[in-house]
Design a protein around this ligand. Structure first.
Ligand code: LLP
Length: 435
């Protein structure tokens, strides 16, 4: 059996009963777990972790929890030798419950609360990334109260355009993340942290944005940060030995897209940092990267059932599925593009037609795929699968129109297992106060 193209989870194969992932037919998964459902290929997830681990041997790979995290995923991350990038109390709690050690954690956020910082420091989170002047004082107070010297990075905005959607661009000036290099805030933050009790500045961080498709932006950012490290050594005599280049590597969402892969990116970035350090007279820092989407994104498909098919003369044929905006905000937020396939039966050979796939929500913009070619005999009750649904789908899912959030089910070696339970109507209604 031959796997489908790289858009689909690694173990996806077509069979006479439709698509199968992890040795389990999607038809059977729909029968057992209902739809919509997120189906996650555990083997693919683990392979991706290993690929990153190998590409950045001798450096740190922190998986970005915000793309998708649950207890089992945290365990896989630990088993595969990666660390975890967390950015909230909830993500930190999941990591703790899965016994991911503090030394494998990095903590992000532009407004971490004192309580979150207390918890992170108490758990021994190895690196906390400082993103405001207020946080310098806040974290210093926490560290001193707990009698520790907390290792920190400073998040720098290096002024590098990532060439991605503006809502997920974070390396340019005048936005909420980071201390600007251009206006001197990064230099001031460094000076301040170096004089602050309870904090030990060990390095710098930048995250340029997400769904990035070009390697040169990472190289440019790395060079600018090495310059800043050199400046820090000259000005303050402080040698910083960690350099975190964030996440952001893009993936394919449509057939024919061939994004950069980490095996190609890593040597370029490592070489560029090494060269910049040699020129600046610095020793090579320990690097860190924080992939989210590039690990979780391609591992998962969303499985939907077709509920209605509306044909009108001269207009697109609209196919409504039983989810939409509540399980995938990305088309509305970032004009993200997807494809879809019939998943519950064999297709091919017959005549085809163009369809628009939309969700069931009360929003005209609730369109998952504006145009896709599918069999002309597509019918109500057919299963549709949308690939590349593993990153920022379940983690950004919501209850719009009272829609219960779908389960996440992992598949491996012919076995399915619930990772995140699907919500029931009772779950959705439980916070509504009746008296
Ligand atoms: N590190 C930091 C500090 C981040 O803020 C992020 C993502 C990552 C790493 C991981 O980035 P990735 O490798 O997954 O691109 N909701 C948007 C993406 C927002 C990304 C937020 N930060 C989307 O659906 O495209």
């Amino acid at each position: 059996m031959k796997r489908r193209d790289h858009l689909w989870p690694a173990t996806t194969v077509p069979t006479p009963r439709g698509l199968q992932i992890g040795g389990v037919p999607l038809r059977d998964l729909a029968d057992e777990f209902g739809t919509p459902a997120f189906i996650l290929d555990e083997e693919d997830f683990r392979i991706r972790c290993r690929t990153w681990r190998t590409a950045f041997t001798d450096h740190d790979v922190f998986y970005a929890a915000k793309s998708f995290l649950c207890h089992q995923v945290a365990r896989w991350i630990k088993e595969e030798g990666l660390g975890l990038d967390v950015c909230s109390a909830a993500e930190l709690r999941i990591a703790q419950r899965a016994e991911v050690p503090g030394e494998s954690l990095i903590f992000h956020g532009n407004n971490k609360s004192a309580a979150e910082l207390e918890e992170a420091v108490a758990y021994g989170v190895s690196l906390i990334v400082i993103d405001s002047y207020d946080e310098i004082a806040r974290l210093s107070a926490v560290a001193q109260r707990q009698g520790v010297r907390q290792q920190v990075l400073i998040r720098v905005t290096p002024g590098v355009e990532a060439h991605t959607h503006s809502s997920i661009t974070t390396g340019t000036d005048d936005q909420k993340f980071g201390f600007s290099l251009a206006v001197g805030s990064a230099h001031r933050a460094i000076a301040q942290v170096l004089q602050t009790p309870g904090l030990e500045l060990v390095g710098l961080h930048s995250h340029l944005g997400s769904q990035i498709l070009r390697p040169d932006v990472f190289e440019t950012a790395a060079e600018r940060l090495v310059d800043l490290m050199a400046d820090t050594a000259r000005t303050h005599g402080a040698l910083l030995h960690r350099l975190d280049l964030g996440g952001g590597l893009g993936i394919a969402y449509l057939p024919g897209e061939t994004p950069l892969n980490v095996g190609d990116l890593a040597p370029l970035v490592v070489a560029r940092v090494r060269k910049a350090c040699e020129q600046a007279g610095l020793s090579m820092p320990r690097l860190a990267v924080e992939p989210g989407r590039a690990i979780s994104g391609p591992t998962t498909v969303t499985l939907y059932t077709v509920g209605t098919i509306k044909r009108q003369p001269g207009l697109r044929t609209w196919v409504s599925v039983d989810g939409g905006l509540s399980d995938n905000m990305r088309p509305s937020l970032y004009d993200a593009t997807y494809t879809a396939s019939v998943a519950g039966r064999a297709v091919g050979g017959g005549s085809v037609e163009s369809y628009a796939i939309c969700g069931r929500h009360c929003e005209a913009g609730d369109v998952l795929v504006p145009s896709v070619i599918l069999p002309a005999d597509l019918a109500v009750g057919d299963l549709l699968a949308i690939p590349a649904s593993g990153a920022y789908h379940r983690s950004m899912a919501n209850n719009y129109n009272g829609q219960p959030r779908p389960p996440v089910v992992s598949v491996r070696n012919g076995t399915a297992r619930t990772l995140v339970r699907g919500e029931t109507l009772e779950d959705v209604l439980r916070l509504d106060v009746e008296s």
